[in-house]
Write a protein that binds this ligand. Structure first.
Ligand SMILES: [Zn+2]
Length: 225
């Protein structure tokens, strides 16, 4: 079953998404068909019927393969992520399955983080719960790479929110592993709702209520406990 998952369900999921279809739905259909074939192979006394376990998900893969992409779908570009390695600078390519994960660079062998891109799922609000604090600095969002964290800090500052970038050099004796320890965007918890609103606005600066607006008086981030 794991083999069927790797051979069929995973590719079906990503190919469906690349064509603008519901990957989860297509993957589930393929898995259910594979299970049905497995069930038939075990219980239906017809010789050779067990091959359905492979044929049905394979047919699903063939179907999604030939289906026309929806307008605006990312297409084949979705299936690979190409980016310059953060260690050696060479252009490297990973499968979409690896997005956001730590991988070894095929060029230099260092541990690097495969970046998220414009096709990656964006963090949703329900994963970002306001901490039960009334004041003090809290982590708004954490990232595996410094760049998106720095960009978010800049975006928040452009919208009047005093955000801080906090990198983690906790690699210590394993400095190359530092990339996995995370980069955080810290804000004053009293600006939480405003910061979330900026993030949900997806980079569009909020309309200024007052162009001469200066930093709010509580914009200073108090020391952390
Ligand atoms: Zn490299």
């Amino acid at each position: 079953m794991i083999l069927i998952g790797v051979l069929f369900v995973v590719p079906i999921y990503y190919i469906a998404r690349s064509k603008g279809y519901n990957g989860g739905l297509w993957g589930t259909v393929a898995a259910v068909l594979a299970l049905s074939g497995m069930w038939a192979g075990a219980w239906v006394p017809v010789p050779g019927i067990g091959i359905l376990e492979i044929l049905l998900p394979a047919a699903t893969l063939g179907l999604i393969w030939i289906m026309a992409p929806k307008p605006g779908a990312p297409g084949k570009a979705y299936l690979k992520i190409t980016f310059p390695c953060s260690e050696c600078g060479k252009s490297v390519t990973f499968k979409r399955e690896q997005e956001g994960r730590a991988q070894l660079c095929p060029e230099c062998g260092e541990l690097i983080s495969v970046p998220m891109d414009e096709h990656s799922p964006s963090p949703t609000r329900d994963t970002r719960e306001k901490p039960p604090r009334t004041d003090g600095a809290v982590c708004l969002e954490s990232f595996g790479l410094p760049d998106p964290a720095i960009q978010l800090v800049a975006l928040l500052k452009a919208n009047g929110i005093n955000a801080l970038f906090e990198g983690d050099d906790a690699g210590g004796t394993l400095p190359n592993v530092a990339v996995t320890t995370g980069y955080r965007v810290m804000i004053d918890v009293r600006q939480w709702e405003a910061a979330v609103a900026v993030m949900e606005n997806q980079g569009e600066p909020l309309p200024d209520e007052d162009d001469e607006q200066v930093q709010p008086p509580d914009a200073e981030i108090p020391g952390r406990e």
